[in-house]
Ligand binder design. Sequence first.
Ligand code: MTE
Length: 301
Amino acid sequence: MAHRWTNTLTHKDVTPQAHFMNRRQLMAGAASGVALAGIGAGAQAEEALEPNPWEDITQYNNFYEFGTGKSDPATYAGALTTDPWTVAIDGLVEKPGDYSFKDIMAEMTVEERIYRFRCVEAWSMVIPWNGFELADLLALAGVMPEGKYVRFETLYRPEEMVGQKYRTIDWPYVEGLRMDEALHPLTIMATGIYGKTIPNQNGAPLRLVVPWKYGFKSIKSIVRITVTEDQPVNTWQALQASEYGFYANVNPTVDHPRWSQATERKVGGGLFSKRVPTLMFNGYEEEVASLYEGMDLTVNY
Ligand code: MTE
């Protein structure tokens, strides 16, 4: 099911946060097909998603450029300068170059997407992103037919990113997608949350969101996008290939070597936060399973 989502909500159309917290209005939104646009049919049938509050989403983060603690990004990411911001788009594209964030935004249609977000560490949230389809950005640069993969790179600026003073990772953070994954309509570049500019700790000014994959694929504060012929080596695979692969599709039947992936802890439930079953492809099976037909997902983890 590779249709394009037809809604074109902009920031000013996004339902205010209070509405999200009201379950009845959320259900009404689902009926009108507006508020929950972007969630797969399967997910809608199951239950309307209740987004986590702003505080969960912006104070419990992974962004090693600012430290490895969950509250480090909220504490230290304020130091990051996000304006001006330039994204280099290069490799196998018709129009390689430095694209300013402002120029990109002038060309893109920002929509709201309420997605499940599942970290490989087995915690999860529901996040109301604002963003545009990665496919539209790639179209701006014009992907050449030989382009098979997309490689993404985060900013390297140790004077503003305190965590980069330590060699926890071989900076810059790198991620990659196969071209069909990159062009899939569920794959977005997020620029906002709850209709507000995306906070630095969540990856300002633009970060990838691939809702059927573990959170580490959703690379933050992107400065380079390269279309390649060969499969990129992503940061976590380079760090520990026996535990983290290239595909990183959410899969409750393939455990991490050190913990089960069958269930997840929903962030926000306090000390006794609920554990719930993890869904195949994070609940987006209907939309994306066909991308992996014939592939052994225990090998391509
Ligand atoms: N991107 C960069 N550049 N650096 C990181 O450390 N962490 C990843 C991903 N993107 C990370 C990153 C991981 S492990 C997760 S789970 C998500 O960001 C967390 O996104 P969130 O903090 O917005 O929930």
